[in-house]
Ligand binder design. Structure first.
Ligand SMILES: Nc1ncnc2c1ncn2[C@@H]1O[C@H](COP(=O)(O)OP(=O)(O)OP(=O)(O)O)[C@@H](O)[C@H]1O
Length: 258
């Protein structure tokens, strides 16, 4: 397993958002985390990517304990993520947005910036080259110099992917990558996710669009009220009684329909 969690728990005051969760994310595969609204999916992502400290339990990446690491150091290890609402700089170009993502991996400091040292110039060039490479990968090479505010919703999703890829990750966590886009655009993004797998990446995603997930995921983990209630192949999950009950049973807000 590339990533494993054991007994992972997150409490917010009295609320147990993630409750004793054990998952394994296999290298080179697409793992989907599904569950009704408020099930703890985003919190689980936040724990693994170091945005929230866990209350209990452990997280390992390639056997190394990363439970206590901060988000910056986790990103450096090769774990990237996108957010439900990625904060892009709307009035900057697509290219500049992606360059910011790449700066995470560079070393220049204020001294370098003030004196425009060779290191800074070298790194700027490298960042630009990396941004161009990932923009081509996500199919946005022709939009690189457009302002983010002028590109389509699907293209913005691709920029978010490019930002994550610019950090040279081994695994990418995608938080609802297909939210707010139409079925054709959703299929395009699914194809991009498959392309990431073909290039040797591992993908873990949260998604409410069941049709997309069932056609894309190798392995599905289902959360409900913070607990893992099922996991398995799409076929196994679709026929799992507890999963059907979680989606169709009581409760106020449930997963959005296709
Ligand atoms: N920072 C926080 N402080 C307090 N409670 C939180 C915090 N983040 C999440 N929660 C609560 O934890 C629970 C799980 O939320 P989370 O966002 O992880 O669910 P989710 O499965 O991602 O939901 P959605 O599908 O709506 O995004 C919810 O009850 C939520 O209100």
């Amino acid at each position: 397993m590339l990533i494993e969690t054991k007994g992972l728990t997150k409490r917010f005051g009295g609320l147990v958002a993630v409750n004793d969760v054990e998952i394994g994310i296999e290298k080179g595969k697409i793992t989907a985390i599904i569950g009704p609204n408020g099930a703890g999916k985003s919190t689980l992502f936040n724990l693994i990517s170091g945005y929230h400290p866990s209350s209990e339990g452990s997280i390992t990446f390639k056997g190394e304990d990363i439970t206590k690491k901060r988000s910056f150091n986790i990103a450096k290890l090769g774990i990237a993520r996108t957010f439900q609402t990625t904060n892009l700089f709307e009035t900057a170009t697509v290219m500049d947005n992606v360059i910011v993502g790449h700066r995470l991996r560079t070393k220049s400091n204020v001294f370098d910036a003030v004196f425009r040292t060779p290191r800074l110039r070298r790194e700027e060039q490298a960042s630009r080259a990396k941004a161009a490479e990932v923009l081509e990968f996500v199919g946005l090479e022709h939009e690189a110099h457009r302002l983010v505010q002028d590109i389509s919703q699907e293209a913005k999703k691709r920029v978010a992917f490019a930002l994550a890829l610019a950090t040279d990750p081994e695994i990418v966590f995608l938080d609802e990558p297909a939210a707010g886009i139409n079925p054709d655009e959703t299929e395009n993004l699914a194809a991009l996710i498959r392309k990431m797998i073909d290039r040797g990446l591992t993908v873990c995603l949260i998604e409410h669009k069941m049709q997309m997930i069932m056609g894309l995921a190798d392995h599905i983990v289902v959360l409900n009220y913070g607990k893992k209630i099922a996991e398995g192949t799409p076929e196994e999950i679709q026929t799992n009684e507890e999963v059907i009950e979680a989606y169709l049973g009581g409760g106020d807000k449930h997963a959005e329909a296709e």
